[in-house]
Design a protein around this ligand. Sequence first.
Ligand SMILES: *Cc1c(COP(=O)(O)O)cnc(C)c1O
Ligand code: SF4
Length: 338
Amino acid sequence: MINYLHQEQNWQSQLSDLITDPLELLNLLELSIDQLLSGAILASEQFKLRVPRAFVGKMNIGDPLDPLLLQVLPHHLELEEHPEFVTDPLGEEAANQMAGVLHKYQSRFLLTLTGACAIHCRYCFRRHFPYQENLPRNDDWDNIKQYIEQNPLINEVILSGGDPLTLNNRKISLWLERLASLPQIKILRIHSRVPIVIPNRIDEELISILKNSRLRIVVVVHSNHAAELDDFTCSKLLQLSLHHITVLNQAVLLKGVNDSAKTLTELSNRLFDARVMPYYLHVLDKVKGAQHFDLRSSEIDHIYNDVLASLPGYLVPKLVREIAGEKNKTPLFGVQTF
Ligand SMILES: *Cc1c(COP(=O)(O)O)cnc(C)c1O
Ligand code: SF4
């Protein structure tokens, strides 16, 4: 019933009706407030709880270890200091070329048009990033255009975030037109978790904007667990590929959430049901406040070997780590020097 209602409700009203109070969340899931050990409320003040009701509808009632819940519930361990876990593990502040532009790799760069997300993932490596000082204003387009033209190797722009699909269709359409006006740009990529957490965001108007663009469109969604992919969500994702949009998934390997070969295999199989290809499996970035999701490298090795053995090669996501200063994401498996 709860899910049915979310399917009817438009995405804007879902986005303006997020759960931000940890006690309300626990109440809805019929969990005791003892789940919040002292410190968790303070953690939620530092990085606010934020979760759409449609996503909560996919959680198991009464299960304090639900893998979707663990991704969003503030945890007292977030406050623990750990020397390896820092506020800017990827050196993004240094790579910031101009408002909204994060250019680290040769052919493509991230364009951040909003700092807002529909959901706050506790492991997010951008949880400390100063977005609000860093967004392009409307008249910054000329500078961005100039930057692209001065870098002829750029052929792809990645709308990232924050989450670009929290923007309305008018704004998405405006930026698509701007980018499509530059002949050197061939591909427009959208990195978003919104199709997973508010599937209704994939509306007819958005599909029409994407499919009518000159640019080839790639949507990279972010799902960490098969339970996030109910039938309704899959039907929305399927809409994208039916309109010739390439849809990929990136996931983060998270202790307690998806740290088993069985869970990751189910995720890949479920994605494929929705014609979404697994792309990356990220090892956790060492961001302050996320240490309770970390796994030892021997554990990662073990899990990934089992995933390799249980799936066809095309459903195995690439295991990668982002290392500050590298020219690409760094593959962590099967790299040999001949
Ligand atoms: C991850 C990332 C990209 C995209 O990398 P791909 O390997 O092409 O998916 C681009 N720019 C930045 C700054 C990134 O962090
Ligand atoms: S940027 Fe992505 S991972 Fe980070 S909080 Fe937003 S939706 Fe979650």
